[in-house]
Ligand binder design. Structure first.
Ligand code: SF4
Ligand code: SF4
Length: 103
């Protein structure tokens, strides 16, 4: 049976039929606030950034704004933004964690 015949009969998997049934749209903090367990954090070099928005597109947590501000409450430190940035404007640096003690 051809794809067209399957479609006419309402059969076949969506991807076989060329039908998009769902769209995945990330929302800020899909895994919750991550600041407490993130190991690496992204640091942007303003002088290198040309606002191309590639990091904004790729960030799986949607925690980079269109002004290229990174919301560290929700960044999980995956480093995708740093890898995808064509201008190497983002560097992943190890977090300095507070031990919770005084000072
Ligand atoms: S991908 Fe890099 S150059 Fe492009 S907006 Fe993001 S930080 Fe800036
Ligand atoms: S490291 Fe970059 S891509 Fe990953 S969650 Fe943080 S801002 Fe988004």
């Amino acid at each position: 049976m051809t794809r067209r015949e399957k479609k006419a009969k309402g059969e076949g998997r969506p991807e076989e039929l060329g039908v998009i049934t769902t769209l995945s749209v990330p929302v800020v903090g899909s895994v919750g606030k991550t600041g407490s367990w993130r190991v690496f954090m992204p640091v942007k070099d303003e002088s290198r950034c040309n606002k191309c928005l590639i990091c904004w597109i790729y960030c799986p947590e949607a925690c980079i704004s269109k002004d290229i501000e990174i919301d560290l409450d929700y960044c999980k430190g995956c480093g995708i933004c740093a890898v995808e940035c064509p201008r190497r404007a983002i560097t992943m640096v190890k977090e300095e964690k507070s031990t919770g003690g005084a000072g």
